[in-house]
Design a protein around this ligand. Sequence first.
Ligand code: GTP
Ligand code: MG
Length: 292
Amino acid sequence: MGSPEDGDQDRWEGFRSGFVTLLGRPNSGKSTLVNAMVGTKVAIVSDKAQTTRHAVRGVLHRDDTQVVFVDTPGIHKPRTALGERLNATAADAAEDVDVVCLCIDAKRPLGRGDRFIAERLGPDAIVVVTKIDAAPRSKVVAQLAAAGELGFAEYFPTSARTGEGVDALVNRLCELMPPGPPLYPAETVRDTPEARWVAELVREQLLAVARDELPHSISVAVTEWEWPRIRVEILVERTSQKPMVIGKQGSVLKAVGTAARAQLPPGVYLELRVGVEKNWQRRPEMLDRLGY
Ligand SMILES: Nc1nc2c(ncn2[C@@H]2O[C@H](COP(=O)(O)OP(=O)(O)OP(=O)(O)O)[C@@H](O)[C@H]2O)c(=O)[nH]1
Ligand SMILES: [Mg+2]
């Protein structure tokens, strides 16, 4: 008679599971693509660079396969201690995973930033040319040709916006997963702790309205959680940035709170506070405290 472990192994006979990390320059569409592949919002998105600040896991469940996507901060030339940590977070997330996808924006010329990342990847990485809906066909073809010079084995043109090419990529990634049992329970689509998720939804709304240097200066954290009342602290780096986040008579803050709350269970009350933490991006001890 077999042990319970054997029984469990039988149960997952033929099942596949593994990790896929997405890397790329800031704003290359990694988070949007992960959301499209998982089929649910698991990561926040914005048109500003360096939106993602943590490795975010999103889980795709199929009858015979589970893929854990790891979304990462965009790799860039760092100008602050925060920037260095974001790059390190991305590099760490590419270690010991089954597949690495290098995301390249179809709209932007393939540049030094893309090559810098490509040079650090093994030959099995998959190149994903993103946002193909936003570029003319000729440009997409040229981008695929340019990406071909990087010397990887597989290339996938995709649009997370229209869905074009996304299934083909997902199907291939599923094939590449090694045999193994599910890594997450069937109901889990993301592993972001709830407090951080609330903070991220608030930060996403702030990024949508912030301009210039402000997006980089914003950090958001939940400081009190007494369901359904959640206190959220928004930090900026200079006193002069406070009014931009608050708006005339609190109009910006109010709109941000409303839009974030709409994505949370009914009845939640968000209490938004704005504080100043001078140059937090450049202070390692503050980065530790803020969880970067
Ligand atoms: N037209 C079009 N725009 C896209 C597509 N995917 C992403 N975008 C836009 O590109 C911008 C950046 O998308 P993100 O998914 O936040 O990019 P990212 O690579 O995660 O960026 P970081 O987290 O900053 O590294 C956003 O404005 C998206 O709406 C796409 O398939 N088509
Ligand atoms: Mg992102």
